[in-house]
Design a protein around this ligand. Structure first.
Ligand code: TUI
Length: 313
């Protein structure tokens, strides 16, 4: 297939691989790009040199377009932006904020900027900034989430802006992709299903927990800090629950105590495979993710399902 997103980015299928912090590296991103989607390296909270090495490794592994995600809450965001411009990255997505401060620099380097947006107001602002497209991400997603569901958010963003919209949150197969397109999206972003891809280097315990997860197994932690994060339930999420209830009842909640619980917890899950006290970020669609497959198998299966459905209706 070809559409506005495929043409904009020079990719075969309008499928983005979600930029999962500490997880989405050169191995996964290059595999997704080689399979015809847009692989995306997550900068997360990593310093620029670490991300630079992943970008260079990705260039070695694929000659197809790939992107980098800038997590705007990162303490290293300024150096990440400089490095991305130096490395000649063509497309970036942003998360967890407003990339306005960096737009002039991105434009100067001819970089295509596609922010993740949690609301209509934010999406309109992104259009005014000169972004090429937006990713409307519903609260079904894993990791840091907004407040609105994909079903409600996507059509409202589509109506509000004149740039292409990519749907994210709760999508893992051809049905989800078709649903996103019915809502007016021109592409989809998929995270949780790629987390169990063969080329994904996350700890095997993490993949096993996603594969075992059921529909009701995710919760959001950190609600009162203003940065809610969707994870699979475990001992850490229950600790969060208890501490948030305790602090939430106080006139002046101790936010630092809650932030402290989450510090380093994602690495603990991703690198050490600690499924009890690690932060096991996952989307609500985990219950539908039942086996490890190569990125190519995942993309081919999604596209086969999508095309059959689109022909049917
Ligand atoms: O960014 C994500 N998902 C993430 S980032 C992450 S690392 C992290 N860990 C702990 C706390 C916070 C981050 C793990 N998962 N998805 C994209 C996303 N962006 N979701 C929500 C947003 C968002 C929120 C507010 C985008 C813009 C925004 O704008 C607010 C403003 O006022 O600019």
């Amino acid at each position: 297939m070809s559409n506005v997103i495929c043409e904009l980015l020079g990719i075969k299928y309008p499928i983005f691989q979600g930029a999962m912090a500490w997880i989405a590296d050169a191995s996964l991103a290059s595999a997704v790009s080689n399979a015809g989607g847009l692989g995306i390296i997550a900068a997360g909270n990593a310093p620029a040199d670490i991300v630079r090495a992943e970008i260079r490794a990705c260039k070695e592994k694929t000659d197809k377009p790939f992107g980098v995600n800038v997590m705007l809450l990162s303490p290293f965001v300024d150096e990440i932006v400089d490095m991305i411009c130096e490395e000649g990255v063509k497309v970036i997505t942003t998360g967890a904020g407003d990339p306005g401060k960096y737009m002039a620099k991105f434009k100067e380097h001819g970089i295509c900027v596609i922010p993740v947006t949690p609301s209509v107001a934010h999406a309109k602002k992104m259009e005014k900034l000169g972004c090429a497209a937006v990713i409307a991400e519903g609260m079904e997603s894993g990791g840091h989430v907004g407040k609105t569901t994909t079903m409600a958010l996507v059509p409202q963003v589509v109506d509000a802006v004149n740039i292409p919209v990519i749907a994210a949150g709760g999508i893992a197969d051809g049905r989800g992709m078709a649903a996103g397109f019915m809502l007016g999206a021109k592409g989809v972003q998929i995270g949780t299903r790629f987390l169990v891809a063969t080329e994904c280097t996350v700890h095997p315990n993490y993949k096993a927990k996603i594969i075992k997860a059921k529909d009701i197994d995710t919760v959001t932690t950190g609600q009162i800090t203003g940065h809610p994060v969707r994870v699979l339930k475990n001992k850490l999420s229950r600790q969060f629950d208890a501490v948030e209830k305790e602090e939430g009842g106080k006139p002046k909640p101790d936010m630092e105590r809650i932030e402290e619980l989450g510090r380093g917890a994602l690495q603990k899950a991703v690198k050490e495979g600690d499924m009890d006290y690690g932060s096991v970020m996952s989307g609500q669609i985990a219950g539908m993710v039942t086996k490890e497959q190569t990125s190519k198998e995942i993309i081919d299966e999604i596209m086969a399902g999508f095309t059959a459905l689109v022909k049917e209706y």
